[in-house]
Design a protein around this ligand. Structure first.
Ligand SMILES: *Cc1c(COP(=O)(O)O)cnc(C)c1O
Length: 368
């Protein structure tokens, strides 16, 4: 029996093969007689799960050797505090606000640092992003923060800014919660990347932080030890008990990613081709349709999260009910934006997008 297509923005769909493998290993992992949730995080079984997951993530994202991969807890929102606690030195940090998530980051940082607004897409209702050459970057900024993909507004950087070329030496911090592992990432432009796992990697509860060596060891005295990146790095993410189940599930997803191919491409490169094809197909349909529309500037349209509206909003509930009846789940838009949202993470196959468009065509025909 095939499962419905799940368009949730997060926690989001997980590849069925990953769920099947987790189910088959639930009571007895690798002949150990224990389930992963029941194992000591310091035992050899879990250490092997952890080391394999870390090595595979490093390979998949092509993370250079001068970056640490940390498996933490707290999610993206906790990182909004943990980043300034570790990087700000109590000084200035610049924020590029392109939607709800970077706006939250900007607000939270004020508790620990002096956040400055370098640019905001607010004037466009977060449907576009000011050009990087117009950003007001501070000479004394300890770091520059942006969200590489705004999950709620559907705004994504197709390319990360080259801060050095803009005359800024500060490290770039990115919140990549909702587009991690969906496309290649240029680490030469990044000092730190963080993201919750529950969008494109695995279950909620695991937070991935990838941080350059030189950014460790600058935490404020008030930084909780368990959230001090240097402490976490020095202890291989085991200063406190890490989210073991999340790391295991993420590890299975990484193995699944490594098995994916498109032509001669594998892993994230293969996903990037697939994700672009899925998003292009969906946007083309939206743009051609008389009933649906997406308002995001074409240059910043997200491949992962696509908000869309019915021109006749009185049909919203009927649209969602009909979708659910066809096995197309969790399409309701975020309450702050309204309308609908289709999240097309790695686990969503092209067949799911085709099924959605097929339904939308039928709905459009019966609505006019
Ligand atoms: C979901 C999300 C968050 C929040 O993550 P939590 O795990 O709920 O703290 C932060 N940033 C982005 C871009 C997200 O998509």
């Amino acid at each position: 029996m095939s499962r419905p297509f799940n368009f949730s923005a997060g926690p989001a769909a997980i590849p069925e093969e990953v769920l099947q493998q987790a189910a088959s290993e639930m009571l007895n992992w690798g002949g150990s007689g224990m389930g992963v949730m029941e194992m000591s995080h310091r035992g050899k079984e879990f250490i092997s799960i952890y080391e394999t997951a870390e090595a595979n993530l490093r390979e998949l994202l092509a993370v250079p050797s001068n970056f640490h991969i940390l498996f933490m807890q707290g999610g993206g929102l906790a990182e909004n505090a943990i980043v300034p606690l570790n990087l700000s030195k109590g000084g200035v940090a610049d924020f590029v606000v392109t939607g709800s998530w970077s706006q939250k980051s900007h607000q939270e940082a004020a508790k620990y640092a002096t956040p400055r607004l370098a640019a905001t897409g607010k004037d466009s209702n977060f449907t576009s992003v000011p050009d990087a050459k117009d950003w007001k970057l501070s000479a004394d900024a300890q770091y520059v923060h942006l969200c590489s993909n705004e999950t709620i507004h559907g705004v994504e950087f197709q390319e990360l800014p080259d801060l050095k070329a803009l005359g800024c030496d500060a490290p770039l911090v990115i919140d990549f919660s909702s587009n991690v592992a969906s496309r290649a990432l240029d680490w030469s432009r990044v000092g730190l990347a963080f993201g919750g796992a529950q969008k494109n990697i695995g279950p909620a509860g695991l937070t991935i932080v990838i941080v350059r060596d030189d950014l460790l060891g600058h935490a404020l005295d008030i930084c909780p030890s368990a959230f001090n990146y240097k402490t976490v790095a020095d202890n291989q993410s085991m200063f406190n008990t890490p989210p073991t189940w999340g790391i295991y599930m993420a590890g299975l997803t990484f193995q699944w990613l490594k098995r994916q191919t498109e032509g001669s491409l594998t892993g994230v490169a293969a996903m990037e081709v697939r994700n672009k094809a899925k998003a292009d197909f969906f946007y083309q349909y939206l743009d051609a349709s008389q009933l649906y529309l997406n308002k995001v500037d074409v240059a910043y349209r997200s491949r992962m999260n696509i908000p869309f509206f019915l021109r006749d909003e009185s049909r919203n509930d009927a649209f969602l009910a009909g979708a659910k009846a066809r096995g197309l789940l969790q399409l309701k838009g975020h309450k702050s934006v309204g309308g609908m949202r289709a999240s097309l993470y790695n686990a969503m196959p092209m067949g799911g997008v085709q099924a959605l468009v097929g339904y939308m065509q039928d709905f459009e025909r019966t609505s006019t």
